[in-house]
Structures are given as C-alpha cells and as structure tokens.
Ligand binder design. Structure first.
Ligand code: ZN
Length: 327
C-alpha cells in the first residue's frame, strides 16, 4: 500500500521562449550577468526536457503551450508545430483537457494569475485571437482577472511592471518585479494550483536588441528571486518550464530546437524531475501528484493557521481568473 502524501500547493510559471543553450555569454544572454538567479536555477536545478514532441521542425507556441497545459501531444495531433495562437482544433483540445479542469475533478482549486487590461469580460470572451492560456482560463473559469483585480493586487500584469500599459492608456501606479512576485505569491497562497505566464522572453528573443534582452532578463530575474521563495514553505511546489527555446540563442531571431528547462523545487519536485521528459508530461505528472495526495486535507501550514485562528475562508474558485497575455 502506498503511503498517502498531501497534494502540493503549486505555483507554475510558464516562460515562453526559454531553452537550455550553451553557457557562453557571447552566444547566450542568460550568461551575460543580467539574471544571476535564473542562471543559477538553470545551472543547478534545471532538468532538460524535450519540446519537439517527436514532430519535425522547430517547436512553436500554440502546440507547445497546448501540450504543457493539457498533456496532449498537440504537435502530433496537428501533424506539425503550430505558431502563435490556437485555432479551432487546438482550442478543442484545450477545452477538453486543460489542467484546471483536470485538477477541479480531483477536488483541487486552481487559478490563472495574469491580469488582463480590461473591464469588460465579454470583450475578452469574444476576442478572435486568444492565447492558449486565455482559452484554458475562459473554459475553466469563464473569466480572467481584469484591471480592477490588478489594481487590488489580485492579478499580475505580464510585463511585471505595468509599464507597457502606459501606451494603452493606463494611468495607475507602476510596480516593481518584486512587488509583482509578492502579489503572485499571495494569489498562489489561496489556491492549490496557480499558473502565471511570462512571454517577454520570447518577444525579446524575436526582436529585442542585446540591451533590451538584458533589461527584460534583469526584470524577470528580480521577479524570480522572490517567486521561488514559494517553495520554501512546507508542502509547496515551485515549477517553471517553457514551450520552446528562443532567448538563449543570441544570433537568431527565431525559436531554437534546444531542450527546455524544467525547474521543480519543493514538495513533489523529485517525482516531477524523474517523471517529466517532455512538455507533454507536465500536466499528467502534476495530476498524478494531486491524485496521490489526499485532496482537501489541510496542509501543515493551514493546520497551524487554523490552530492560531488565522485561517482564511477558502477561496471561491473561478471568481478572478484571468489571463493577461499580451493582449
Ligand atoms: Zn515565439
């Protein structure tokens, strides 16, 4: 008989366009000194996993992210790697198999922490172009986190500072990447599973100058240095991986064929590092962790909080999901 273990509380950071490349600062900006935390994680914690899914060609976002968030070999289903945003077939896979719904079926709560710059959920629901993360969150929660949630620190904008919202008319306060990370940690404290998507890495890999690349890596690093503290709490799991390589190859503006890093820290991390060999293994391995755990049992930290009278009421699932995604 297996000894039952508690399900983890998970923070999953999906980084778009981050592969494992050569550790040469002339070829790989991650080794250029602007992101020591990320570099350390890649050097000492990351396991390389396959992003190619057994299909020829260079891995792309629509199929890669669908695979990450469903466990389905989306490239094989489509017969090729599909760029950018999911069309009808991939959307069907996402709606049918997304990780949020799989975890909900096990009695676990989940959320998408990204902020969307909008006050109108119908506007988001009817967007013609939607990212994999948007389609997943709308299917599972019927909404995403909006501007109001962001201003209440209940959503994190994808650029980590809100600076890029200025050109879209945003006049509210800017935040530091560390503040964004703290907002993310407080969202993640209220759910069994929290996803955050970061894609400036891919954007910079496509069109950033060396200076812009370094600036983005430094912002992301300041965010990451706080976000990984999540795993220091008992029963917590920090997970970071990517859909395909890009930013780690300076000389090219397209995606790379490199493996992507899997960084898993905290509860369940040994199992994930052993079990996950490909982007298609992430969701099944996570679901396995939650299946093995006794869902609904309080974690040690919660027992402590309850005994000290500090426990919060359970978060209401589905209220604030959001996805920011660039859009
Ligand atoms: Zn890309």
């Amino acid at each position: 008989m297996r000894v039952p273990t508690l399900p983890p509380r998970t923070l999953f950071i999906l980084v778009d366009g981050l592969g494992l490349g050569t550790p040469d600062p002339l070829l790989n900006p991650i080794y250029g000194g602007s992101c020591p935390c990320l570099q350390h994680l890649l050097d000492h914690q990351a396991v390389p996993i396959d992003a190619g899914m057994g299909v020829g060609g260079i891995p792309q976002s629509a199929t890669g992210q669908t695979a990450l968030l469903t466990g389905v070999n989306a490239a094989r289903e489509m017969g090729r790697h599909v760029e950018g945003f999911p069309g009808p077939s991939l959307r069907e896979i996402i709606r049918d198999r997304n990780i949020y719904d799989q975890l909900t079926a096990l009695g676990s709560t989940s959320t998408f922490a990204n902020a969307y710059f909008t006050a109108d959920m119908n506007e988001v629901r009817t967007r013609r172009i939607q990212s994999v993360t948007t389609v997943s969150a709308l299917k599972a929660f019927d909404r995403v986190r909006d501007t109001a949630a962001m201003l209440e620190h209940q959503a994190v904008y994808q650029d980590l500072t809100r600076e890029s919202l200025r050109e879209r008319g945003y006049t509210g306060p800017l935040v530091t990447p560390a503040e964004s990370a703290r907002d993310l940690l407080s969202i993640a404290a209220e759910h069994d599973f929290t996803l955050f998507e970061y894609f400036q890495t891919d954007r910079m890999g496509h069109k950033g100058t060396r200076e812009e690349v370094n600036r983005v890596l430094a912002l992301f690093d300041a965010f990451l240095a706080v976000a990984i503290k999540f795993a220091e709490q008992p029963g917590h799991l920090f997970l970071m991986t990517s859909d395909h390589g890009n930013i780690e190859e300076s000389g090219s503006s397209s995606h790379s064929a490199n493996p992507v890093p899997l960084v898993a820290l905290g509860q369940g991390s040994e199992l994930l590092r052993t079990r996950i060999k490909s982007v298609t293994d992430v969701t099944p391995a996570l679901v396995e962790l939650y299946q093995d755990g006794s869902a609904g049992t309080p974690r040690p930290t919660e027992i402590q909080e309850i005994s000290q009278g500090r426990a919060k009421p359970p978060a209401e699932p589905g209220i604030f999901q959001q996805a920011a995604t660039g859009v």
